[in-house]
Design a binder for this molecule. Structure first.
Ligand code: NAP
Ligand code: F7E
Length: 340
């Protein structure tokens, strides 16, 4: 039975990846940081009591900022695969907390790599790094692939750039099987509520119920949005490939934030029309009520305007095939909210 460690097990991606690995008969070890309230909602359905016989799912307290905890978990588990999904993953927050973001995302990755090396597990462990399309940031090349020049535009993206290169450096310097999955935005019913897709869905449902205005930032940013569950299958595939390599994973389709609002509004039966420009832009319904307005506090000091994946390499080498459409993703997210 293969053993895997997942950092960020309590996050959106960690929870999907854990399900996938358990189905593949792995022994799964998740690293979870201490929180004052229990935050295991996304993994409660796969949790196993400590006294269960034949357990194959374990949680360990650990912190990406704490080398000792990372080292001792890796030493005790002796994993075959490590998926580094843990991160301060919010781009806007990274402008408020650049040092902490760098400590977790950049040095956190280095701590895992260094632990693998110090424990002499280079020949045993395969390492997956959760890299991001944010690396492309201000790139003028459209669509973006593995050869596109990076232009990170936030402390988050810069921290992920360090982690990206450190992963490659341990591969080239020490022969570690270490790969980057450069994933474009991926969403699901488990997406954190402050990311724009989840915020729009919750916000428009709230408008429908309570007539409350949804405040957003930049409406014209374009993203390539896919489904997190599908992308975690790709993460597993990346580590099963014959050689350690870096892959772009996305849907190859692009929508603006404004278009996403329109798709969600249509699905939940709000008829909207846009009026005004810039900070004055609003969406109104057929009774002239304001549904969406722009609030400056959600604008970022520096924005990423245009991301869309070219996944030719993954299609060829990993047989990556993504055929989930955005309407189905939105429907799944709305259904989940309504069931709650
Ligand atoms: P997420 O929902 O924000 O989950 C992040 C996870 O990291 C959570 O489990 C969080 O724990 C954990 N974490 C945060 N700080 C930590 C620390 N100091 N020590 C240990 N664990 C820590 O993010 P996600 O959407 O699942 O994304 C997974 C990974 O993929 C992240 O590295 C993200 O940067 C990257 N990524 C995401 C996307 C996307 O569109 N989702 C695209 C490209 C790359 P708590 O639950 O305690 O907060
Ligand atoms: O923003 C705009 C915002 O926060 C998407 C992370 O998973 O994907 C994610 O980063 C766009 C941006 O995701 C609001 O300015 C407008 O242009 O949902 P988001 P992100 O910044 O693209 C990448 C690939 C990652 O790696 C990250 O970990 O939407 N936007 N109005 C807004 N965004 C938010 N959050 N809130 C708004 O009110």
């Amino acid at each position: 039975m293969k053993k895997a460690i997942i950092t960020g097990i309590t996050g959106q991606d960690g929870s999907y990846l854990a399900e996938i690995l358990l189905k593949k008969n792995y022994e799964v070890h998740g690293i979870k940081r201490r929180t004052s309230l229990i935050n295991t909602k996304r993994i409660d359905h796969i949790y196993q009591e400590p006294d269960l016989t034949n357990r194959n799912f374990f949680l360990h307290y650990g912190e990406l900022t704490d080398f000792g905890s990372i080292l001792s978990i890796i030493q005790n588990v002796q994993p075959d695969e490590i998926y580094n999904l843990g991160a301060q993953s919010h781009v806007a927050v990274s402008f408020d907390e650049p040092e902490y973001t760098s400590d977790v995302n950049a040095l956190g990755t280095l701590r895992i790599l260094e632990a693998i090396k110090s424990l002499k597990l280079i020949d045993k462990v395969k390492f997956y790094q959760a890299s991001s399309s944010e690396l492309f940031g201000g790139s003028i090349e459209i669509p973006q692939n593995e050869n596109t020049k990076f232009y990170p535009k936030s402390p988050y993206a810069i921290s992920k750039l360090f982690a990206y290169w450190m992963t490659i450096n341990y591969r080239e310097s020490y022969g570690l099987f270490a790969s980057n999955g450069i994933l474009f935005n991926h969403e699901s019913p488990r997406r954190g509520e402050t990311f724009v897709t989840s915020k729009i869905i919750k916000g428009l449902l709230n408008f429908k119920k309570n007539n409350k205005i949804l405040y957003l930032g930049n409406l014209s940013a374009k993203r390539d949005w896919g489904h997190a569950r599908e992308y975690m299958n790709a993460a597993w595939n990346i580590l099963q490939h014959d050689t350690p390599e870096d892959f772009c994973i996305g849907s190859e389709k692009q929508y603006s934030v404004k278009q996403f609002v329109e798709l969600v509004a249509k699905k939940i039966g709000i008829n909207i029309n846009w009026k005004g420009n810039g900070l004055e832009e609003i969406a109104i319904d057929s009774h002239n009520n304001t549904v969406v307005a722009v609030n400056e506090r959600y604008l970022r000091p520096s924005e990423v305007d245009n991301l869309i994946a070219d996944t030719s390499k993954a299609k060829k080498l990993l047989k990556w095939d993504y055929d989930f459409n955005i309407e189905d993703l939105i429907e799944e997210m709305i259904d989940y909210e309504l069931q709650k």
